[in-house]
Write a protein that binds this ligand. Structure first.
Ligand SMILES: Cc1cc2nc3c(=O)[nH]c(=O)nc-3n(C[C@H](O)[C@H](O)[C@H](O)COP(=O)(O)OP(=O)(O)OC[C@H]3O[C@@H](n4cnc5c(N)ncnc54)[C@H](O)[C@@H]3O)c2cc1C
Length: 499
C-alpha cells in the first residue's frame, strides 16, 4: 500500500480484516495525509488539512471498524453553518424547520418555502449519490442506478438538468435574497469549481446531506480519525512504515508486483494499492501519458491557522456561531469577483471565508484561554502571476486577517501565532499537487467513470497488479473513506479469482 491517508488506511483495514498480509508505506512521518492534526505550536493541536467530516459520517465505516473503541469521538457541528451578516443573519442547522424559520426571519417567507422545496428535491438525489459513491463506477452500475434515479426523482430531463446546471443559476431560480444565495453558493464552491460553472448544482444540493446527518468534528482534531484507523489496522496485524517513500512500482510479472522504497527495500506483493495522488501513482509506475492526462488545475484556496486569545466577536450574535462553519460571504457577486482574481493569477482581493473555531467546543486542542481559529479562503492559484507564494505569504495573510476583521472587528489584535498555509505549502507539506485539496479537478470531465481517467476509474489501472484509491478516484475528495473500502473489495475479488 502506498500512502497512509485516510482512504489508504480504510482500504488497508478492510484488506487486513479479510486476512490479507498488509504493509502500508507512508512517505511522511505523520499519518493521515490531509486528515491529520499536529502540534503546530507547543501545546496547540492544529489540523493540517480537513476539519469538518461530512461524507464519512454517511458511510458507516467508523461504526463498522468500531473506531469509537480506539478513541474516535465525534462532536456534532450543529448548527452546521452560520452567516453572521448584521442585516440578514442565517442559522443553518440540521433541523429543517429551524433552518426555514431562520431564513424566513432574515430573507422572507418566499425564500423559506423555496429552501424547503430545494431540500425536498435534493434529498432523494443525494441518497442516490451516496449509493452510487459506495461502489466502483462501472458502466453497468451507473446505468442501473441511473435508471432507478430517473424513476424515483422526477422527470428525466429535469433530473439531468438539475445535475448539470450551474449552482448559481439554480439558486437564482429559487431564491430572492442574495445573501442566502451567496451563503449556499459558497458552500457549493467547497469542491473548487465556482458556482457559475456548469455541473455545480449538485454541490449546492449537498446541503440536503446536512439535514440527513449532522457533520462532525473529531474531538482532538481531524487526525483522530486517521489515528483510530491506524490503531485498528495494527490490531488486525498489519504494519505501517512511516518516513519511507515508495520510489518505484513494478507492475505484476507472474503473480508478483512490488514496490521499491527510498530506504532501498523491495517489497514484493500480490497487489499494490496506490492510495496517494494519482499522478504520483502514474509517475511511480512510469506511465507518463496517464500522469499528463490527469487534470489537477491550479489550486483552489488556502488557509490561515491562528492561535488567538479570543474568538471572533461578530457584529451580530447568532446562537451556536462558534460551533458552526462561519460563512463570511456577502453575495454571489463576491464569489464571481474572487474567481476573476484567481483567473488573472492573483490572490483574491476580497476572498469569501469559512472561519472555524474548534476550541469553542473542544478544550483538548489548546491551553485554556487560547483559541485555534482556521480561516479557509478561495480562490487562490498555486501559481501567482509575476510573484511567488514564499514572498507573498505574509502579505496575503494580513489581507485574510483584515477580511475577518471586517466581520468581527478587533479579532486580529488577539492573534498570538499564525501559520499562513498557501497552496504552495499544501503542495509541500501534504503532497497536494497544484495545491488542489481534492487531488483532481471536481468537474464533469473528472467525475464518476471518468475520475481520474478512463481506464483508471474503477480502482483498477492498465498496469497489472496496480490499483488506486483516494481523493483522485470516485467519489472524489473530502473526508470519505468510500474509495478505500471499494478498492479493497475490488482487490479481494481479483485476488480471489486469481487464486
Ligand atoms: C486545507 C484543507 C482543508 C480541507 N478541509 C476539508 C474539510 O473540512 N472537510 C472535508 O471533507 N475535506 C476537506 N479537505 C479535503 C480532504 O482532506 C482530502 O480530500 C482528503 O483528506 C484526501 O484523502 P486521501 O486519503 O485520498 O489522500 P491524502 O490525504 O492526500 O493522502 C495521501 C497519502 O499518500 C502519501 N504519499 C504520497 N506519495 C507517497 C509515496 N511515494 N510513498 C508513500 N506515501 C506517499 C502522502 O504523504 C499522504 O499521506 C481539506 C483539505 C485540505 C488540504
Amino acid at each position: 500500500m502506498v500512502g497512509a491517508g485516510h482512504n489508504g488506511l480504510v482500504a488497508a483495514c478492510y484488506l487486513a480484516r479479510a486476512g490479507l498480509d498488509v504493509e502500508v508505506v507512508e512517505a511522511d512521518t505523520v499519518i493521515g495525509g490531509a486528515v491529520s492534526t499536529v502540534e503546530r505550536w507547543p501545546g496547540v493541536r492544529v489540523d493540517r488539512g480537513s476539519s469538518i467530516h461530512v461524507m464519512v459520517r454517511h458511510t458507516g465505516i467508523a461504526e463498522d471498524l468500531r473506531l469509537d473503541e480506539l478513541g474516535l469521538v465525534y462532536d456534532d457541528v450543529e448548527p452546521w453553518g452560520v452567516l453572521p451578516h448584521p442585516d440578514a443573519p442565517l442559522r443553518l442547522s440540521s433541523d429543517l424547520d429551524a433552518t426555514c424559520a431562520s431564513i424566513e426571519a432574515s430573507c422572507g417567507a418566499h425564500d423559506a418555502a423555496a429552501y424547503r422545496d430545494f431540500i425536498a428535491e435534493w434529498t432523494p438525489r443525494m441518497r442516490w449519490f451516496l449509493d452510487v459513491a459506495s461502489r466502483p463506477p462501472t458502466a453497468s452500475w451507473l446505468g442501473r442506478r441511473g435508471v432507478s434515479l430517473m424513476r424515483r426523482a422526477g422527470k428525466p430531463a429535469d433530473v439531468v438538468r438539475g445535475f448539470v446546471e450551474p449552482a448559481e443559476a439554480m439558486l437564482a431560480r429559487r431564491f430572492d435574497d442574495e445573501r442566502l444565495r451567496g451563503a449556499l453558493g459558497w458552500w457549493a464552491a467547497q469542491s473548487g469549481p465556482p458556482p457559475h460553472a456548469v455541473g455545480t448544482a449538485p454541490m449546492a444540493g449537498t446541503a440536503a446531506l446536512l439535514h440527513l446527518k449532522r457533520p462532525g468534528r473529531p474531538r482532538g482534531g481531524s487526525g483522530r480519525l486517521s489515528e483510530a484507523l491506524a490503531a485498528r489496522l495494527v490490531s488486525y496485524g498489519a504494519t505501517i512504515r512511516t518516513g519511507d517513500a515508495v520510489t518505484g512500482i513494478e507492475p505484476r510479472t507472474g503473480s508478483v508486483s512490488a514496490v521499491v522504497t527510498r530506504s532501498g527495500e523491495r517489497i514484493a506483493s500480490r497487489a499494490v494499492l496506490a492510495a496517494c495522488h494519482v499522478t504520483d501513482a502514474a509517475r511511480l509506475v512510469g506511465d507518463d501519458v496517464a500522469r499528463r492526462a490527469v487534470r489537477i488545475g491550479d489550486g483552489i484556496g488556502m488557509v490561515m491557522r491562528v492561535l488567538a486569545d479570543r474568538l471572533p466577536a461578530y457584529r451580530v450574535d447568532v446562537p451556536g456561531v462558534h460551533t458552526a462553519m462561519q460563512l463570511l460571504v456577502e453575495s454571489p457577486d463576491q464569489l464571481r469577483a474572487a474567481y476573476g482574481d484567481f483567473l488573472r493569477g492573483e490572490a483574491s482581493r476580497e476572498p469569501p471565508l469559512i472561519v472555524m473555531t474548534p476550541t469553542a467546543d473542544d478544550p483538548t486542542l489548546a491551553p485554556a484561554g487560547k483559541h485555534v481559529v482556521s480561516v479557509w479562503a478561495q480562490w487562490h492559484p498555486r501559481h501567482l502571476r509575476g510573484a511567488d507564494w514564499d514572498s507573498e505569504r505574509e502579505r496575503v495573510g494580513d489581507a485574510l486577517l483584515a477580511a475577518v476583521d471586517r466581520w468581527a472587528p478587533g479579532f486580529s489584535s488577539g492573534v498570538v501565532q499564525r501559520f499562513v498555509q498557501t497552496p504552495l505549502d499544501l503542495e509541500r507539506e501534504l503532497g497536494l499537487h497544484g495545491g488542489n485539496v481534492m487531488h483532481v479537478e471536481t468537474e464533469l470531465d473528472s467525475l464518476f467513470g471518468l475520475r481520474p481517467l478512463p481506464g483508471w476509474s474503477t480502482y483498477r489501472t492498465p498496469h497489472a497488479g496496480l490499483y488506486v484509491c483516494g481523493a483522485s478516484t470516485h467519489p472524489g475528495g473530502g473526508v470519505w473513506g468510500a474509495s478505500g473500502r471499494s478498492a479493497a473489495a475490488v482487490i479481494r475479488r481479483d485476488l480471489g479469482r486469481r487464486r
